[in-house]
Each structure stands twice: as C-alpha cells, then as structure tokens.
Ligand binder design. Structure first.
Ligand code: NAD
Ligand code: 6OH
Length: 463
C-alpha cells in the first residue's frame, strides 16, 4: 500500500517453504560455480557495476522507494538511493585494499613459524531487513556479503518489497552470476522470514529490525549455531548543553527527532537540555516542528511524509494517548493532521513534542518510532549522562556543546555504539556501526562488516 493515501500499489507473491528452499539451493549452487572462482578484484569490479546500474536507474529507485514508504522524494533522492550505490562502492574498494594480520612466531627450539589468516566466505547469508530505509539497509548488508564472496537470500520487509526486487534487475544487468542474489517476499513468523532463518543450508543471518524480532530470530538460529549480526531498536538520547551553538543545535535536533517522520533507528526520542536554556530551546524546537511541511511525498517541498502503515500509525497514536495519561505536557502535535484531500486516507501523524514526564514513564522508556520526542531539563553533566544511559537500549546518542573537552568526555561516557558530537547521522561507512544491550549484537561497517561476512582461516607454517 502507498502510505500517503492508503491506495494499493502492487500485489506481491508470498514465498512458501518450497520457494525459500529453492532460493537457498540456488544460492548454494552459485557458490560452487563462476562466482566462487572470482577473486577479490573480479568481485570488486562487479560491485562497482552494481553501483553504476543503481545510478542508471536512479529515478526508478526513488519512485519505488517513495511509493513503498511514503518518504519525501527529496529524502529518497539525497539519502536512500545515493547511499545504496555508495554501499557497493565502499565495500568494493575495501575488499581490495584490506590487509589481514600475520605474526612471525618464535618457537621454543629457537626457530620460528609464520602465522597468517585468509578470508573465506561464510557461504549462503540470509538477510532480513525492515521498512524504514529499505534499500539503504538492504545494500548495507548485501554489498559486504558479496564483497566477501558469499551468496545471499534476502527477505525485505513485507511493507516495502519494491526496491529489493529492482535490485535483482540491477544484479542481472551488472552481470552478477545467477543465484548469487536471491529475493524472497513474505512476512516473518510462519512465512518467508522464519523459513529462511531456520533453513539448515543458510550459514549466517544478518538482521535489522525490532529487538523482539531479533530475539525470535536468535531462538530460531540457535539450533544450528549460525552466526548472527543484529542491528536493532533504540531509544536514543540527545544531550544539549547551555554552551551549544543554539541555532545549529535546534536544527540538528529537529532532524534527529523528525527525519523520515521519526522512523530511523538512530532518531532521538529523548532530549535532555541544560535548565538555563530549557524554555527557549523547547519554544524554538516547537517553532521548527510546526514549520515542517507535511504532505504529498512526491512534492519536492514536502519535509515529512506519513508513517509506514495504518497499524504503525495506530501504535504511535496509542503512545500519544499514553503520554497524556502519564501526565505529559503537550508542547505541539499529539494527533493526526487534516489535509482535506486524498492524503486524509494516508497514515500521517503530527510532529509532536512532550515535556513533564517522569524518566520512568513508558513514553520515555519504550521505542515509539514516530515523529515524537520528550524533552527533560538537567542541572549537571552527571545527571544528564545518568538519565541518557538509563535505558535497556544503546544504539546512538548525540552531544551538543561548544566545549571541546566536554564533548569528548560526555561522548565517551555514553553507553551506546555510536555517539555524534554537534551532528547526527553523519556517516563514514568505514566506521563501526551497531548497538549495545537491546540495540544489537556485533558491529557492521568497514572492516567490521568484512569480519562478519567472512570466516578467517589462520594458517601456521613452521619455518
Ligand atoms: P520488524 O522487526 O518488525 O521487521 C523486520 C524484518 O523482520 C521484516 O522483514 C519482517 O518480515 C522480518 N521478521 C519479523 N518477524 C520475523 C521472524 N520471526 N523471523 C524472521 N523474520 C522476521 O522491524 P520493522 O518494524 O520492519 O522496523 C522497525 C524496527 O527496526 C525498529 O525497532 C527500528 O529501531 C529497527 N531498526 C534498527 C536499525 C539499526 O540499525 N539498529 C535500523 C533500522 C531499523
Ligand atoms: C536505522 O534506521 C538507520 C540505520 C543506518 C545505517 O545502518 C547506516 O549504515 O547508515
């Protein structure tokens, strides 16, 4: 469905067990054919061709992503689709240039041995992805998996099947051998997702999505001890000190809270602001939230689109209701916008800001994944860090200050996988990416991805 107006865009075939079996088998066979014989140089050339073909179909990918997700065309054009091409280029270059460790080992008899490691593919990798950044997050995993010589079976979210399918056309056009990239569509439990994760011929599973789903997948793969990489949910904090660059910070936080209608795992849902600027900060954030243009994703001027589905909109609205029951003060929003046209059948929610909740409130503890934040004042650095870290999640955080020492110091105290200072979602694809606690297991990005998507075989040679 198109989340902007509730219309049906396409029918998608749900893979049954037999189709998933066929996809996994095709991936297994491809490992032993031409693909398996290619070296890193050959694979890197092909990965660049994939990026070329994505860029050639730029408008087509943007249109598909906008129709599936309802995200503004401006966002898909500047973030999702360029990042998909970049994912392939970065891992193509990295696999060619990355070195592996070696050790000259002294032996008790006064001689020595040489230890060195070689990379081997894991085999068939099952890739399961969510709906919020469908192509970006899919290619973030497919690119390093292919760079390392694996074959893949991908299961995109049932909400956003289009771009994974278009990527199959890209693979063909780029000359990727048959069976290297396979797509199955369907749901999670008792459907394609579960059939894939429990398949005995799938050698590893990489997953991005909700923490609870990660737990379910972990139980499924436990039986066959498959390696997993999990990028899961978050309840991310931003800490704003009184000495911040005020305008830059409010604009940065506006992005961190509302980008993609708050449907980015890295979004800040908890904002902690030093008390002396609290009132002014909340007022200015409100001004920004109210200035966002909600509307038709296909219009270039639109800042925020709808939520992904009626079900997710209802979940977000249920938190709006809960916030009031928990005693929140509504600074702005808290409901659904009215357009007076076909967009009223879409799944929109207003940009929403709350204050006044206790830190123990469910709205401050649970991931909402919508255009909403709660702002809390603080009096000391220790108090801010304590509140920011008081969560079972630990994906990302951001610190806003012009005090260089404080920026580093507070960043290093954050119990998360990624901390930004005076910025948010600024990505260098070579850096480690992942979370602690309920936010995930392992790190991807750069060499961390190469290490997950390959097995190292250490070879010890007595000299
Ligand atoms: P989700 O967990 O509901 O679904 C993700 C994928 O898992 C879908 O393809 C779904 O079909 C599949 N799935 C569901 N149950 C399954 C099962 N039992 N076995 C196998 N597959 C199963 O997540 P979502 O609602 O699509 O995405 C939103 C969530 O993803 C949020 O919690 C968000 O924080 C998280 N997220 C995290 C990151 C990150 O990098 N940490 C990035 C994006 C999104
Ligand atoms: C989550 O919604 C965003 C994840 C972003 C990435 O994984 C990335 O590589 O930028």
């Amino acid at each position: 469905m198109n989340p902007a107006d509730g219309s049906v865009i396409a029918q998608v075939a749900e893979a049954d067990q037999a189709l998933v079996d066929a996809a996994v088998q095709s991936a297994g066979v491809a490992l032993c054919r031409e693909w398996g014989g290619l070296g890193t140089t050959g694979r890197a050339v092909l990965l660049h061709k994939i990026a070329d073909e994505i860029e050639r179909r730029f408008d087509c990918f943007v249109a598909a992503e906008v129709a599936d997700t309802g995200k503004p065309i401006s966002l898909a054009s500047r973030l999702d689709v360029p990042r998909a091409a970049a994912n392939f280029r970065v891992f193509a270059d990295l696999i060619k240039t990355s070195a592996l460790e070696s050790f000259q080992t002294e032996t008790p008899d006064g001689k020595s041995a040489l230890n060195y490691a070689v990379r081997k593919p894991l085999g068939v990798v099952g890739i399961i992805t969510p709906w919020n950044l469908p192509l970006l997050l899919l290619t973030w995993k497919v690119a390093p998996a292919l760079a390392c010589g694996n074959t893949v079976v991908v299961k995109p979210s049932e909400e956003t099947p289009a771009t994974a399918t278009l990527l199959a056309e890209v693979m063909q056009a780029a000359g990727i051998p048959k069976g290297v990239y396979n797509v199955v569509h369907g749901f999670g439990p008792n459907s394609a997702g579960e059939f894939l994760t429990q398949h005995s011929d799938v050698n590893a599973v990489t997953f991005t999505g909700e923490s609870q789903t990660g737990a379910a997948i972990m139980r499924t793969v436990a039986a066959s001890v498959k390696p997993v990489s999990f990028e899961l949910g978050g309840k991310n904090a931003a800490i704003v000190f009184a000495d911040c660059d005020f305008e830059e910070t409010v604009n940065g936080i506006s992005d961190a809270v509302f980008l993609n209608t708050g449907q980015v795992c890295l979004c800040a849902e908890r904002v902690y602001v030093e008390r002396s600027i609290f009132g002014r900060f909340v007022e200015t954030l409100k001004r920004n939230a109210e200035a966002f243009r909600l509307g038709d994703p296909l219009e270039k001027a639109t800042d925020l689109g709808p939520l992904i589905s009626a079900q997710h909109r209802d979940k977000v609205l249920s938190y709006f209701k809960l916030a009031k029951e928990e005693g929140a003060t509504t600074i702005t929003g808290g409901g659904m916008p009215r357009f007076g046209n076909k967009l009223d059948a879409g799944f929109y929610a207003q940009p929403t800001i709350y204050t006044g909740l206790k830190e123990s409130a469910r709205c401050v503890k649970e991931e909402i994944f919508g255009p909403v934040c709660h702002v809390t004042p603080f009096d000391s650095e220790d108090e801010a860090v304590h509140m920011a870290n008081d969560t079972k999640y630990g994906l990302a955080g951001s610190i806003w200050t012009t005090n260089l020492k404080r920026g580093h110091r507070v960043a290093q105290r954050m119990n998360v996988g990624i901390t930004w200072v005076n910025c948010w979602f600024l990505r260098d694809l070579r850096t480690p990416f992942g979370g602690v606690g309920l936010s995930g297991i392992g790190r991807e990005g750069g060499l961390h991805s190469l290490n997950f998507y390959s097995e190292l075989n250490n070879i010890c040679v007595r000299l």
